[in-house]
Design a protein around this ligand. Sequence first.
Ligand SMILES: CC(=O)SCCNC(=O)CCNC(=O)[C@H](O)C(C)(C)COP(=O)(O)OP(=O)(O)OC[C@H]1O[C@@H](n2cnc3c(N)ncnc32)[C@H](O)[C@@H]1OP(=O)(O)O
Length: 414
Amino acid sequence: MTTELRVLTPAEWDTFYASLERAFGVTESQEERELFRDLTEFDRTIGVWDGAGCVGTAGAFSFRMTVPGGASLPVAAVTMVSVAATHRRRGVLTTMMRRQLDDVRARGEAVAVLVASEPVIYGRFGYGVATCEMRAEIDTARVRLSVPDGTDDVRLRYAQVTDADVHRTCEEIYAAAVPGRPGMMARQPGWDRLQVLDPEKDREGATALQCVLAEDPDGTVLGFARFRVKPQWSAAGADGVVVLEDLEAVGPRAPQAAAALWRFLFDLDLTSKLVSVNRPCDDTWLHLVSDTRRSALVLRDALHVRLVDVGAALEARTYRTAVDVVFEVEDAFCPWNEGRWRLTGDAKGAVCERTTDPADVALSVRELGAAYLGGFSLAALAAAGRVRELREGAVAQAAAAFGSDVAPWLPHGF
Ligand SMILES: CC(=O)SCCNC(=O)CCNC(=O)[C@H](O)C(C)(C)COP(=O)(O)OP(=O)(O)OC[C@H]1O[C@@H](n2cnc3c(N)ncnc32)[C@H](O)[C@@H]1OP(=O)(O)O
């Protein structure tokens, strides 16, 4: 097999994307193809070619991700990875990952992130599962909500998803939410279109996207929900499903706005179930309902994080409590990270430098990635044998410092 890996040109995009679609077994709508062509950053998209045939695809988007403490860190958001079934298991993916991580390092991005089609694929390249998404199917016919004081003062109104003012307002709410939660990505130009792309083929019998705004009596928008309704009827009557796509509320009245939106979604006429496929693990509704057992909760891996430059990545976030720990890092795929790093820091800032001092904690870069956003505890990883404590108390100190009061979460794929 003679293959050539090269940076993609615009003229090659159609062949590249057709190869990606085939590997995923999907046919995208015209709208989706156009959007992804517009969003493609050609200088960081690679194809592997066997003659005229595209047999490998991979790309990255230049995003900014919130890290614990609220800073916004440039990250490489890895995407569009595929290898043709005719060429799989011969190292094509490994070659692309090698090239991509070298490029990310050369660009000075300290972290790469991705959402995996299959979680098993990326650990070998140093990615650790750093966030979960929570799925729920809430039996709204039986589960009751109790809302906080002031919820009745929140006014709800239907708005057109496609109206430019409404769209801008929702984007402003989203942007205001981003710094408050690790893992959220500031929307880059064009990415807002993905949120309201509403191809018929993905509706599965449900309505087009609908939007409801939550407002103060003076008209200040506090939050929004975007959702669909899937009508269903059984012999006993209406049995419709509300499918939630997006819900955000910000500011001091966020609890009331969110509660008003949830109450609205729970109470929609002719429905008896609310389905949400991707919500944060600490979502507000969990604390408002009478019964989470009837909510069919499922946790799934979401954002996988790879520290490409361990020192710069650990310095880019802050720490919940004071920390002074020497990590012995193992990183076979990116050996420039290997060895000892002393991390000192607190809630104001951090320094992470090379050291020859004895190590306190030994772990692979994958575990550091898993703990990076505060979603998975170094103590839990140590209990599982994935992290080794070399100085008594060091894991507890590091685990407390790495934690996040807000569960990290990625609201949308890429
Ligand atoms: C961020 C994203 O875009 S996620 C999307 C990933 N793409 C897909 O899922 C589309 C369908 N699948 C594919 O295109 C391919 O099977 C890929 C990209 C997952 C793998 O490509 P390949 O070229 O076959 O991978 P490669 O040969 O480099 O494999 C490297 C190692 O990973 C293992 N591996 C790769 N994919 C898988 C998998 N899906 N399950 C289990 N092991 C896997 C290989 O067995 C190999 O192990 P080894 O080193 O011990 O022999």
